[in-house]
Design a protein around this ligand. Structure first.
Ligand code: 13P
Length: 249
């Protein structure tokens, strides 16, 4: 049985004061029913590392460089993240693909760097509304996946994949549980076809997950949890989404 995971992606939100209030509330809550990760902005890694030390909540980052080290001003390497006890790092988020021109091969290299540094990459894939309306969802997601699978080879069972339809991110328009399940089943089959050891790979759904829709999404057979944006910024909402992970397939 795959253990559920709920990861919060704070994106470019937070402050020292606000982070402390949020993390203190998460830490004070009863032990979570699933794996919980919070992916904070880079400058707050040290603060979050301190507040989360010895708790059941894991620290994550939102991106890492495709380079190992060197003259890349502004970049942060996977090994640097590891220094702050980051166990997870999001790579290939659609906002980075769209706003920072990250292509499939860059995303694959980032996933490889994360694994090499001893972290679990949370690799995001997903189609735009236009692509969905043109019936291209599987072609687009399949191409995004294949770039990662080809580079990682038999290590793909070590990653977490997040299906985040671009049209559902921050729009309040979530994929229906059936729409999400359909793509998750496709992703799992694609991963298994690449390597049989991917049968237990964890697949998160992301895109307007809220306390009132999380349970139904997480109850789908191929949805192993969520990657949460807006609702991860309020302790009560995030804890309610985490709690919805008790509704297992
Ligand atoms: P929202 O939950 O705000 O739609 O964001 C989803 C997301 O992009 C998580 O990575």
């Amino acid at each position: 049985m795959r253990r559920k995971m709920v990861a919060g992606n704070w994106k470019m939100h937070g402050s020292l004061a606000a982070n402390k209030v949020l993390l203190d509330a998460l830490v004070a809550a009863p032990a979570p029913v699933c794996d919980v990760v919070v992916c904070v902005p880079g400058p707050y890694l040290a603060q979050a590392q301190g507040l989360l030390a010895g708790t059941a909540i894991n620290l994550g980052a939102q991106d890492c460089s495709a380079h190992e080290q060197g003259p890349y001003t502004g970049e942060v390497s996977a090994n640097m993240l590891r220094d702050f006890a980051c166990g997870h790092v999001i790579v290939g988020h659609s906002e980075r693909r769209a706003s920072f021109c990250e292509d499939d091969s860059t995303v694959a290299i980032k996933a490889q760097r994360a694994l090499d540094a001893g972290m679990t990459p949370i690799v995001c894939v997903g189609e735009t509304l236009e692509q969905r309306e043109h019936g291209q969802t599987e072609a687009v997601v399949g191409t995004q996946l294949d770039a990662v699978f080809m580079l990682l080879g038999q290590r793909i069972h070590q990653i977490v994949l997040a299906y985040e339809p671009v049209w559902a991110i921050g729009t309040g328009r979530t994929a229906s549980p059936m729409q999400a399940q359909q793509v998750h089943a496709f992703i799992r089959q694609r991963a298994i076809r690449h390597h049989s050891n991917a049968v237990g790979i964890r697949l998160l759904y992301g895109g307007s997950v809220k306390p009132d829709n999380a349970a139904e999404l997480f109850a789908q057979p191929d949805i192993d949890g969520g990657l949460i944006g807006g609702a991860s910024l309020k302790a009560a909402d995030f804890l309610a989404v985490v709690d919805a992970a008790r509704f297992s397939a």
